[in-house]
Design a protein around this ligand. Structure first.
Ligand code: TYC
Length: 100
């Protein structure tokens, strides 16, 4: 009788890695119109009107505000697109991306 042991000797561990998340931060400045900031927050970051108002006013009063969190490439693409849209109109609006 053959006694072949088919049991695997090593257990396989399935590792599911969640993507690290990055915050997109909105920085205040003295020149960009409030309405434009709200517009960008709605168009690029999909905030609704009241969320966009709160984020814009928080940055306006405190100097900085978290807009949202995303995987790194999404955060960087959105921040770059938002800055580019501001540059087109000559506004110095800035967004930064940092690990959560
Ligand atoms: N401080 C700007 C103004 O008074 C408005 C503004 C708000 C600009 C938030 C940038 O992230 C910002 N026109």
């Amino acid at each position: 009788m053959s006694e072949i042991d088919f049991k695997p000797k090593l257990k396989q561990k399935t590792k599911v890695q969640r993507p690290k998340l990055y915050k997109v931060m909105l920085l205040n400045d003295d020149y960009t119109p409030r309405e434009f900031v709200v517009l960008i927050l709605k168009a690029e970051f999909r905030l609704d009107e009241s969320q966009a108002e709160v984020v814009m006013m928080t940055a306006h009063q405190k100097g900085i505000c978290v807009v949202s969190v995303y995987p790194r490439d999404v955060a960087e693409t959105k921040a770059t697109r938002a800055i580019d849209a501001a540059v087109q109109l000559g506004y110095p609006l800035q967004f930064t991306v940092e690990p959560e």
